[in-house]
Design a binder for this molecule. Structure first.
Ligand SMILES: *[C@@H]1O[C@H](CO)[C@@H](O)[C@H](O)[C@H]1NC(C)=O
Ligand SMILES: *[C@@H]1O[C@H](CO)[C@@H](O)[C@H](O)[C@H]1NC(C)=O
Ligand SMILES: *[C@@H]1O[C@H](CO)[C@@H](O)[C@H](O)[C@H]1NC(C)=O
Ligand SMILES: *[C@@H]1O[C@H](CO)[C@@H](O)[C@H](O)[C@H]1NC(C)=O
Ligand SMILES: *[C@@H]1O[C@H](CO)[C@@H](O)[C@H](O)[C@H]1NC(C)=O
Ligand SMILES: *[C@@H]1O[C@H](CO)[C@@H](O)[C@H](O)[C@H]1NC(C)=O
Ligand SMILES: *[C@@H]1O[C@H](CO)[C@@H](O)[C@H](O)[C@H]1NC(C)=O
Ligand SMILES: *[C@@H]1O[C@H](CO)[C@@H](O)[C@H](O)[C@H]1NC(C)=O
Ligand SMILES: *[C@@H]1O[C@H](CO)[C@@H](O)[C@H](O)[C@H]1NC(C)=O
Length: 473
């Protein structure tokens, strides 16, 4: 009898093992869709205009956890994520306009209406409808009742109207992106609802009209977890009330571009954000000197001050105050000489100094020491240099990593030499509107990574080399 029991136990253990193995072989534990969540999804589909039939797998017979764009909790089977973004062709690197790709994209964008049946998805924590086209309809108020929502991405989805203050109910929200709805039809009456989103880490309200939100800074200043904030082209009203203290101690990325502040005093609080890594103040028509307050931002890696009226010279401290990897000073009115100290920018990868009014010689040898450069632009700056000398200086190390070189309208002269062949990974080259002479060299054809090439308005003679005949210029 004892022996029999032992055998039986061994058998049971074996069975149990087999069962476990069979589950693991199914790639991952897979829960099946819950009926009461499948119906609301089908209802949602009914409201959606889907011209390219992206939701073809959404049929009543199937397991909704296997449908396109749906993620279920693998233990409970509840629908937890809805990924229905459309990816535009220009998000691809070095996109060149392609009408067909563009039309295919437009057709594939989902539209129509959003059914409130989504409210039955009690565990939905992630909703991405970005880059679809809802034709400017109001963003549904009931989004504010999707209690489990932590992630809402409506970027470029073309919603309009007032942003519902009901969003303030979503206290678990970590990521809220209402940006890039370029038609400018989204607005807020105030931001009183914002402080309730106390877990918020990412906020993008770019192109949402905030002109009525006179308290905007104070509302934001209550969000201690905020790491990334985008407020481009929001018509931000000038801050009137004095700011007691800046609370945004986690903020690492800040974009305030296209708000036409004019006067820097409106945004002095920015210089108290000591943990900033990325700051974008482009297109704000700010006048005067490059602000000294930037020196407080010693962790900064990315700084964009383009499209303003900064009219000082570049102060030497700008090269060393922070480990800058990208610096954009394009379209300002910067004067004076560029100092040889520019070679102290040990980390610089993207440098754009184009369209300014610098005086005197550009210290090309110092720039030749910036060996990490991936992109360099001096467009519209009077360099008055011999292109063959420029190529020689850059061949020492700049050529190693350089992908984009913009030296158009720089008063370059002399001849293009074979040293161009050293720029092995160059993808964009603009030497147009200079006085470069001689025939175009075969070495251009050797640049196998080259995608974009501009040489017009120079003094070239002769024909295109063989290697360039098939080049898509
Ligand atoms: C369940 O899903 C989580 C993520 O949602 C994943 O990390 C995990 O590996 C999955 N578990 C199994 C057994 O598939
Ligand atoms: C939100 O959507 C936009 C547009 O599709 C995309 O670029 C962005 O990466 C998305 N955000 C996240 C965190 O996925
Ligand atoms: C959601 O927010 C709205 C407006 O702020 C409010 O009227 C409503 O009571 C809130 N609902 C819940 C469930 O908290
Ligand atoms: C800063 O945060 C503290 C604590 O979170 C809060 O008491 C204070 O009111 C906040 N200050 C401002 C100016 O919002
Ligand atoms: C900027 O604002 C400050 C404070 O309001 C003011 O004193 C100054 O005159 C303004 N500067 C310009 C150029 O408008
Ligand atoms: C810069 O930092 C110093 C020292 O911490 C501080 O006193 C000053 O107020 C800061 N400047 C700005 C503009 O926040
Ligand atoms: C820079 O601009 C300010 C404000 O417009 C002006 O007062 C100042 O004279 C300008 N400085 C230079 C060097 O042009
Ligand atoms: C460009 O700079 C050179 C040398 O600094 C100078 O001689 C020349 O006049 C400048 N050209 C223009 C158009 O400013
Ligand atoms: C440009 O530099 C090259 C090499 O140093 C030299 O041979 C050439 O004469 C120069 N061209 C002009 C126009 O100065």
């Amino acid at each position: 009898m004892a022996r029999f029991i032992f055998l039986l136990l061994a058998f049971l253990i074996l069975i149990t093992d087999v069962t476990i193995i069979s589950i693991c072989n199914g790639n991952s534990v897979h829960a099946v869709c819950i009926e009461s969540e499948k119906k609301p999804l089908l209802k949602f589909k009914q409201g959606i205009v889907d011209r390219t039939n992206r939701l073809a797998s959404w049929v009543s017979g199937g397991d909704c956890c296997r449908w396109t764009g749906i993620v279920c909790d693998n233990m409970t089977g509840h629908v937890i994520e809805l990924h229905l973004r459309t990816t535009p062709p220009w998000e691809v690197d070095y996109y060149v306009y392609d009408e067909e790709a563009d039309e295919a994209y437009e057709r594939s964008r989902l539209g129509g209406k959003i059914s409130p049946s989504l409210l039955h998805l009690k565990h939905l924590s992630y909703l991405d409808l970005s880059n679809n086209d809802f034709g400017g309809i109001h963003m549904p108020k009931f989004f504010g009742s999707l209690e489990s929502l932590q992630y809402l991405n409506l970027s470029g989805a073309n919603f309009g109207g007032e942003v519902p203050h009901h969003l303030g109910n979503l206290s678990n929200m970590k990521y809220l992106n209402l940006g890039n709805n370029y038609y400018h039809t989204m607005y807020v009456e105030n931001l009183h609802w914002l402080p309730s989103l106390s877990s918020l880490e990412y906020l993008d309200l770019s192109y949402v009209n905030l002109i009525q939100a006179s308290n905007w800074f104070h509302a934001l200043n209550t969000l201690p977890s905020l790491v990334e904030l985008h407020l481009s082209d929001c018509q931000l009203p000038y801050q009137v009330n004095p700011i007691a203290s800046v609370n945004l101690s986690s903020l690492a990325t800040l974009s305030l571009s296209l708000n036409y502040f004019q006067n820097l005093s409106v945004i002095n609080w920015v210089f108290g954000l000591k943990n900033l890594i990325s700051l974008d103040l482009c297109d704000n028509d700010i006048e005067g000197s490059i602000p000294y307050g930037l020196r407080n931002l010693t962790l900064l890696k990315h700084l964009d001050l383009s499209g303003n009226y900064f009219n000082s010279s570049i102060p030497n401290w700008l090269y060393t105050f922070a480990p800058l990897e990208s610096l954009n000073l394009r379209y300002n009115d910067l004067k004076g000489q560029i100092s040889i100290e520019i070679d102290k920018m040990n980390f610089i990868v993207d440098l754009d100094l184009s369209y300014n009014s610098f005086e005197g010689r550009i210290p090309i040898r110092s720039i030749g020491n910036l060996c990490n450069l991936r992109s360099l632009s001096f467009s519209g700056v009077n360099l008055s240099l011999n292109i063959s000398n420029v190529l020689e200086v850059f061949s020492v190390c700049v050529s190693n990593k350089l992908e984009s070189l913009f030296l158009d309208d720089c008063q370059l002269y002399g001849q293009l030499t074979n040293q161009l062949g050293n720029f092995k990974i160059l993808r964009e080259l603009d030497l147009s509107e200079n006085s470069i002479s001689s025939s175009i060299l075969e070495s251009i054809g050797e640049l196998s990574s080259l995608k974009i090439l501009y040489l017009f308005q120079n003094k070239f003679k002769g024909n295109l080399p063989e290697s360039l005949v098939n080049f898509p210029i």
